[in-house]
Design a protein around this ligand. Sequence first.
Ligand code: CA
Ligand code: CA
Length: 346
Amino acid sequence: MAAPAAARLSFLLLGIVGAVKDSAPGGSCGCSGSRGRGDGREAAARRYSAAANGDKSSGRGPMVAIPGGVFTMGTDEPEIQQDGEWPARRVRVSSFYMDQYEVSNQEFERFVNSTGYLTEAEKFGDSFVFEGMLSEEVKAEIHQAVAAAPWWLPVKGANWRQPEGPGSSILSRMDHPVLHVSWNDAVAFCTWAGKRLPTEAEWEYSCRGGLERRLFPWGNKLQPKGQHYANIWQGVFPTNNTAEDGYKGTAPVTAFPPNGYGLYNIVGNAWEWTSDWWAVHHSADEAHNPKGPSSGTDRVKKGGSYMCHKSYCYRYRCAARSQNTPDSSASNLGFRCAADAWPDPQ
Ligand SMILES: [Ca+2]
Ligand SMILES: [Ca+2]
């Protein structure tokens, strides 16, 4: 019943591999790698909704009030043309709340303990892991790779509890972002917590932290005064990760300085799902609380990850974007939730 992991890889590649993006297939590539159970999304959201579960409050991380306003979404100087980073357009966003941190393993564990939720990676039995994080034992068991991006391997048994497959553990990383969670899993968590996923517009507005037309949440310079502001890749991808910023893999969700809205790791560390369907053509007209296309095959993810280096994945910019099918999961993809109003008191 489960589609093989390779069927989902094309979309993963589109999201992560800038170096091969020119030859990567577009939306009509025939590789609509859905695992074939997307229809369960709303049912899952209902099943794990706050109303349906008694212990609804303990999964809530701190939120920040984001004041409504108008901002410039996208850019007229796109770095990755085919990602649809352009045109720059005026977007009005109403006030809302945003999780201060990426959802951590600890929070996700509370959700799972409270609801018995099983992630899609657990149901399907595999997930994609960056080869550089795997033990020799695990790698020896895998005979499937993709020529364009041999560093992504489908690992049996990889999931949020075992991010690098059997034998790995999150015990020393409970404050790191949860990984190997699909869009559907993210929706289920946010719904349970009395929240929702942010729209792409809300996410990008949050990322900019009150600054206009800047590359990064803190300005245009990647490392002001030589300081690292995000967990990305230093060295040569994919062979040499110097971890100059202190982290070879994920960092705690509280690491690095927050942006102007008090949000941590809004770029870098783990990619973050948004609620929008993916499209690359946008109207230049001013929009009010845009929610993206009404349908599609992929969902938008934002912010880049610890695997991003300018040479191949210059996507740790606020205007940058990428996509995956809603049932995709990988070792660099997580999320944070948003809310229209402060969730009910505990
Ligand atoms: Ca790093
Ligand atoms: Ca992030």
